[in-house]
Write a protein that binds this ligand. Structure first.
Ligand code: XMP
Length: 321
């Protein structure tokens, strides 16, 4: 794809000119935007870029490994991984209110990222922060170049004054489909390039009720089954997002084997959409829904019921929280 080759080369040149021999950091979220931005800047300045991946323990099955292994293998990027699961789970203990969860996750994320940025800066000043801002983000925020705040996949504010960076935003003129094409051009793994949008607070807002490790593990298993079967059916690129939600505070009666069970329901929420502002529930084939339901109830302990959400947005939102 010639256009993409040109866009990639021009952007790499522009970043090189902007940064010179100074240093930059980039926060990876597991999403396509930050991954493509980081890969591009890595091509431009190599080891002078350090990426930070905060593992908050709220990711889906295999996603942290995708960043820590596959992304690094594909790009050769310098990566600092911060395992912060325990810290996030402690902070979230007992919290059920969705906005409260978001606030806590956002706050902890900033703190952990800040500490990592300070550590990286300690051996030589870091002057730039790479962000995966896309053209629609630029338009939405009124078009100005912002001061350095971590791109709000957590919808939270900026870094403290002593950690001010100049921004590198190599995707500022691009739309999502162009970013994916660029990601392919840069040799990124398909699982990252074609990843569906995933909220910053992760599975934390897909557990209705308080978040703990056991519940996260249940949800991760159910979610992995749904994703695997969707992909196997060849429909993963037709569905905009497919939240799988654990109703952790609800129990219903079931019968499994020769016993009565009293377990949790899982909600499947596949939607089609253009921009997440409105959405329609996806009419997935019955056979696919049946396979997902059978596998989840057979393979996921404590889950004895699977339901499908057939609400459009509006009035429903895509996420349950
Ligand atoms: P709703 O649920 O409002 O979601 O229909 C619209 C889109 O936004 C995503 N979403 C979030 N993304 N932080 C994020 O980065 C959040 O707190 C958050 N909440 C919802 C959601 O996945 C969908 O794509």
């Amino acid at each position: 794809n010639w256009t993409m080759v040109n866009i990639a080369e021009e952007s790499i040149e522009a970043v090189r000119a902007q940064v010179g021999d100074r240093r930059a950091i980039c926060g990876l979220s597991g999403g396509v935007d930050s991954a493509v931005a980081a890969a591009l800047v890595q091509r431009a300045i190599g080891d002078k870029l350090t990426c930070v991946y905060v593992d908050h323990g709220l990711m889906r099955k295999g996603e942290s490994e995708q960043v820590e292994k596959d992304f690094v293998a594909a790009t050769g990027v310098n990566l600092k991984v911060v395992d912060a699961e325990e810290r996030f789970l402690d902070a979230l203990a007992g919290v059920t209110d969705p906005e409260e969860k978001r606030k806590i996750i956002g706050r902890e994320f900033i703190r952990v990222f800040e500490a990592a940025a300070r550590e990286i800066s300690a051996d030589g000043d870091v002057e730039f922060l790479v962000q995966g801002t896309l053209y629609p983000d630029v338009v939405e925020s009124g078009g100005g170049t912002g001061t350095a705040n971590i791109k709000s996949h957590h919808n939270v504010g900026g870094l403290p004054d002593d950690l001010q960076f100049e921004l590198i935003e190599p995707l500022r003129t691009l739309f999502k489909d162009e970013v994916r094409a660029l990601g392919e051009q840069l040799g990124l793994p398909g699982e990252i390039v074609w990843r569906q949008p995933f909220p910053g607070p992760g599975l934390g807002i897909r557990i209705i009720g308080a978040v703990d490790r056991e519940r996260l593990d249940l949800l991760r298993e159910a979610d992995a089954i749904a994703r695997e079967e969707l992909t196997r059916a060849g429909l993963d690129r037709d569905v905009w997002q497919f939240p799988v939600v654990l109703l952790a505070d609800v129990r219903s009666v079931g019968v499994q084997g020769d016993g009565r069970t009293y377990g949790h329901p899982i909600v499947l929420r596949p939607v089609s959409s253009e921009d997440a502002m409105t959405a329609d529930w996806s009419r997935l084939p019955y056979e696919l829904l049946e396979r997902i339901s059978t596998r989840i109830t057979n393979e996921v302990r404590e889950v004895n019921r699977v339901v499908v959400d057939i609400t459009s947005k509006p009035p429903g939102t895509i996420e349950w929280e």
